[in-house]
Design a protein around this ligand. Sequence first.
Ligand code: BGC
Length: 406
Amino acid sequence: MWGSATSSHQVEGSSNNNWVAWEKENAERLASGAKKKYRSWQQEKFPEMFEKENYISGMACDHYHLFEKDFDLAKEGGHNVHRFSIEWSRIEPEEGKFNEEEIEHYRKVIVALRQRGMEPFVTLWHWTEPIWFNEQGGWNNEKSADYFARFVEKIVGEYKDLVKFWVVVNEPNVSMGFGYFLGTQPPAKKGIVNFLNGYFNLFLAFKKSALLIKKIDANAEVGVANSITHYEAKIFPGLNFLIVSIIEFFSRYFLRKAIPYCTFIGCNYYSRYVVSFYKKEITQEKKTDLGWEIYPEGIHHILKSLKKYSLPIYITENGLADAGDTRRAEYISGHLQYIHKAISEGVDVRGYMHWSLLDNYEFPDTRGFWPRFGLIEIDFKTLERKPRKSFYEYAKICKSNELEIE
Ligand code: BGC
């Protein structure tokens, strides 16, 4: 499968969830905080980070209204799968009351994909909370897993004949880390207690939902999209292996516990992280606009490490912030070569979904609009869509199902 991914709040616009008010209240602080948060080369290149508007999702790409246009483009790019998320706050704006119009809206979204020959890969929770859920403590509420499972039951019941692939939650570590431990994104909770409590409730929500989905549709495919970084340690030669094992033990905890309930593994890979006393400066050609190292080999290590679970793997995200589009095509082919290497060594990888189809409101750590992840460029003022050069390069791979290997 070849395609790309988005998430509701990042592209749809006019949301009404727990991020909206928080963004407005914190935009000024975030804009002035950019001076400390980002490096000087980033500040020079992206002065938008000092503007308040950068942090307010607002209309985003207005994908809510323009989804057909966007799917026409994805089809033109040869995509045969598309990952997106259903916005819980639209479906259940008030506790226990489902909005039938919004259910119809997402039915149209799914049908629009099918009509264009794209498999819908549906995420059920990509980090936003309905306001009522947030007001009751979010994932710190002991009933949170039941609340979420009720929503999942409704959605899966509605779309079971149209959807096969369900990504129950997206990146539990990242959402809990920024949202419930560091407090740098909504719901902006802090500390280890909130984190652990939220993490385990989210796991419970996943487990209940996965069991429910299989009960409603025995043929459904169920998974989690895990953020998997490739870790290396360069501290003491004798200890490096142990250090990486400890980091991986904790960072893959959710994944390990989730495996028995999954029929596939969703892998989000972006970069490697080197644990060291000295921060080695990454050269300009090897880093993205966010300063992340471009390290395609990492995806090979990760895929090999996932082989032991004997489950099909889908790359549910892989991409980079690259406003100039000077490295995106090479980034894609570089990673695909290493995915291919893993496949030829027996890893069962079945699909690749590039992050992202569109430039969008960059979520983690509330970075806002300046990092440009899209195969398609968005002018956020006019909402004009312009496929980048890399869109067409990737289209060649998608359409031919082939990649030249050096
Ligand atoms: C998230 C996306 C995000 C992307 C790039 C992942 O952490 O799932 O929502 O935009 O990475 O940072």
